[in-house]
Design a protein around this ligand. Structure first.
Ligand SMILES: Cc1cc2nc3c(=O)[nH]c(=O)nc-3n(C[C@H](O)[C@H](O)[C@H](O)COP(=O)(O)OP(=O)(O)OC[C@H]3O[C@@H](n4cnc5c(N)ncnc54)[C@H](O)[C@@H]3O)c2cc1C
Ligand code: FES
Length: 327
């Protein structure tokens, strides 16, 4: 059986204004979760994922923190419409942007940009509370008023002197983050956690790699799709057959096309959220043929063994494949 990726009612108990654009929603969800994980919400017919800013190890309530994206459908609605007592629909927490159990006492170094601080704040709190690991954090924002959790991070650094080193980077004061700043935090023994806008993540990752940091020591969470659009791919032998809500449609296979893209080409509007292999919103089961996922940060080994795939990441490796979405 696949894990429970269905939607459940969750009630908002409290709303906190973090900055003019950012709100934290405390939920009486009662789900177990790990620091760094997220939940996917069904709002206005759309699916969006939001990471927990709370830590299961230090906070009594489960909280997600949402930045209002200009023109954004769901984030704007959540900011404008939601009040304490309202109920939302959400999946159970999932995601693999978590502390590694085999990390030992290796230093944890985190780079967060904008709303990317949300899961990183959760990770930092858990690492401090449950391990003796030294923690260093670069938290980058456009300006002081936009700096999410600034005071809370300073309070945490005060509580853990010598263990937590927080550097607040403000673009309007310091310019954009540079490779030099990143190198100052790099250390060969550390594990690195990255979350923020794509150019920021690219710079951090390439700088760390150039410093000799192994790819296995770098963990990244992407909030926006890396490759959301379908390429104009040439036709390949075979057929992709998709079942969705009791309807079956087939399209000719195309090279380099994911099953999600094939399903859309077949005229379906299948479920998806991150399109980065992180959230499992797009999962479906292969019932014929084979496919390979480019990235899988969401399904566990049992689910993969049972034939489940992330359709946003799975490309057929046999001419004919059939994929079935669960209702
Ligand atoms: C695993 C995961 C965890 C996430 N955790 C958080 C979180 O903790 N807090 C949070 O605020 N968001 C988080 N996000 C992003 C969130 O899911 C939405 O993508 C975001 O709120 C925008 O949705 P929207 O409906 O408001 O905007 P849309 O209506 O989807 O988009 C409106 C416009 O904004 C652009 N846009 C979309 N997403 C972003 C983005 N992230 N940054 C900048 N521009 C964007 C689009 O290209 C479009 O032009 C997470 C995403 C993923 C995949
Ligand atoms: S849409 Fe998130 S894993 Fe596919």
């Amino acid at each position: 059986m696949a894990r429970d990726h269905g939607f459940h009612p969750v009630r908002i108990t409290r709303i906190v204004d973090e900055t003019p654009d950012v709100r934290t929603f405390a939920l009486d969800a009662g789900f177990p979760y790990r620091a760094g994980q997220f939940m996917t919400f069904r709002v206005c017919g759309a699916l969006r994922s939001y990471s927990m800013s709370s830590s299961p190890d230090t906070d009594g309530e489960l909280c997600v923190t949402v930045k209002r994206v200009p023109g954004g459908l769901v984030s704007a609605w959540m900011h404008e419409e939601l009040r304490p007592g309202d109920t939302l629909e959400a999946t159970r927490p999932s995601g693999t942007f978590c502390l590694r159990e085999d990390a030992g006492e290796r230093p944890l170094v985190a780079f967060a940009g904008g709303s990317g601080i949300t899961p990183v704040f959760s990770l930092v709190k858990s690492a401090l509370a449950t391990t003796g690991r030294p923690v260093r954090l670069l938290s980058a924002h456009q300006s002081a008023p936009a700096a999410i959790f600034r005071a809370k991070l300073d309070a945490l650094a005060h509580r853990y002197p010598g263990r937590l080193d927080v550097r607040h980077h403000l673009d309007d004061r310091d310019g954009l983050v540079t490779a030099l700043e990143i190198c100052e935090l790099a250390s060969p023994q550390a594990e690195f956690y990255l979350c923020g806008p794509q150019p920021f993540m690219d710079l951090v990752e390439s700088t760390l790699r150039a410093q000799g940091v192994a790819a296995e020591r770098i963990f990244a969470e992407r909030f926006a799709p890396v490759n959301g659009t379908a390429p104009e791919a040439p036709r390949a032998d075979g057929t992709v057959t998709v079942w969705l809500r009791g309807t079956r449609r087939s399209v000719p296979r195309r090279f380099g096309e994911t099953l999600l893209q094939s399903a859309r080409r077949a005229g379906f509007t299948p479920p998806f959220s991150c399109e980065s292999g992180d959230c499992a919103t797009c999962m479906a089961r292969l019932t014929a043929g084979e496919a390979e996922m480019r990235v899988n940060n969401a399904l566990d080994a049992d689910e993969v063994a049972e034939g489940y795939v992330l359709t946003c990441q799975a490309e057929p490796t046999t001419p004919d494949v059939t994929v079935e979405y669960e209702d």
